[in-house]
Write a protein that binds this ligand. Structure first.
Ligand code: CTP
Length: 397
């Protein structure tokens, strides 16, 4: 996505670097337009190096390309952070006196503005009026954070953290291709009890499943998230159910199957459970030097739901995950296609866990194969991967 980042002249201008980094790491093309005053706080060289794009805020250079119109028309999203009181006033009155203001008037892209200033300026009637005018026009204006300001004082007026600004901005630009769809997503790793304090578990953090639930919600879907033992915070999901064992996960999945348009099985489900769990804690002093745990197979939830979908003729798209230890990409594709077929699902997302890097990390690298024969690879943050999987899913749902 092409993101224009406007930076205006406030002390928080240095935080633009964090915003640029988050956007470029997520694979977006970032074009920075600082105002003349922003360049008193942060150098164009820094902005160029981080955005990997030239920075030329002069309205009167490169005139033949009609820069402001080109920037405004090609932007998918515009963020202004930090936004000063003076910027809010100029924007509210439509004053096109520099490249940033011209670009803002020449765009149809969603605009997110993150103001930062002293509390008195934020609460001044002029600023309050300008913010109200801009909000009425559909501009998204973030509330400033409360905390330490430039001087010794504290209050409302701090620029929100870069990750908060980027998340709010990307939510504005999310395609609304899943409106009217109900998606069931499982996340996390099941735990199979041995006794009241011990269990058999796995390394899954649930981050990929949660990213899928968050992004699908932004794209307009109604999401039910069934999470097995996740510690990540979950917010703004339509329905959220916590489970622990594979049996609990299976019960929740089958209870929802008739009401959803797609199921994404991102959870790492234990293939086996302990046959006879102990009601009482097993005492080391009573166990001797060896114990034997007898394990019995858990049902394959994904394969089971695919067979129910087929038997009952349900219109439910199924997405499976496969954590594989592959030696290279060809090997991963072979394993993914084999699992797609053996599970019978419509889409299979495979990742290579050979070096264990994916667990608990924000980064992931996947190969997505579909029954219809498409094969796509994607590297990046779990949010980027989630959106790629949803791109593939939205073509088929
Ligand atoms: N899965 C499931 N029920 C199980 C085991 C796995 O629904 N009892 C689902 C997972 O949620 C995932 C997919 O099946 O979407 C693949 O999991 P994976 O562990 O790779 O599959 P296994 O069947 O365990 O295959 P193998 O151990 O042979 O690689």
């Amino acid at each position: 996505m092409r993101v224009v980042l406007g930076v205006t002249g406030g002390i928080a201008a240095y935080k633009a670097t964090g915003i640029i980094r988050l956007l470029t790491e997520a694979g977006h093309d970032v074009k920075v337009i600082p105002t003349a005053n922003a360049l008193r706080f942060i150098g164009a060289t820094t902005l160029e190096a981080l955005s990997h794009n030239s920075v030329d805020p002069d309205l009167y250079t490169d005139v033949e390309s009609v820069k402001h119109v080109e920037l405004g028309q090609t932007a998918d999203l515009i963020i202004v952070a930090p936004a000063t009181a003076s910027f809010l006033a100029r924007m509210a009155s439509g004053l096109a006196d520099d490249l940033l203001m011209n670009t803002l008037l020449a765009t149809k892209a969603p605009i997110l503005v993150a103001p930062a200033m002293h509390t008195e300026m934020w609460q001044n009637a002029a600023t309050v009026g300008n913010v109200a005018t801009l909000r009425e026009r559909g501009i998204e204006i973030l509330e400033p954070a409360v905390g330490r300001l430039t001087g010794a004082d504290s209050g409302a007026g701090r620029l929100p953290e870069p990750d908060e600004i980027v998340a709010a901005a990307l939510a504005l630009a999310a395609p609304q291709d899943l409106v009217g769809k109900h998606i069931l997503i499982t996340a996390g790793g099941t735990q199979e009890p041995i006794d009241p304090v011990r269990f058999l578990g796995n390394h899954s953090s649930g981050m990929q499943g949660i990213a899928l639930a968050t992004e699908a919600t932004k794209r307009g879907a109604k999401v039910t998230l069934i999470a097995a033992n996740v510690s990540e915070p979950i917010s703004a999901i339509h329905e959220f159910v916590r489970v622990s064992t594979a049996a609990e996960l299976e019960a929740e999945v089958s209870g929802h199957l008739n009401f959803v348009d797609a199921v994404i099985m991102a959870a790492a489900v234990a293939d086996f459970r302990v046959e006879n769990t102990s009601d009482k804690k097993l005492k080391r002093s009573e166990l001797g030097e060896e114990i034997t745990l007898r394990l019995v197979a858990n049902p394959d939830i994904l394969a089971g739901l695919v067979s129910t979908i087929n038997l009952e003729g349900l219109k439910v798209l199924s997405v499976g995950f496969a954590a594989e230890t592959a030696s290279n990409t060809n090997d991963l594709q072979r394993l993914a296609e084999h699992k797609l077929e053996s599970k019978g699902c419509d889409i299979l997302v495979a990742n290579n866990v050979s070096n264990g890097a994916v667990f608990g990390s924000d980064q992931n690298s996947v190969l997505v194969v579909t029954k219809k024969g498409s094969v796509t690879a994607r590297d990046g943050s779990k949010t980027t991967i989630a959106n790629h999987i949803l791109d593939v899913l939205s073509q088929e749902i």
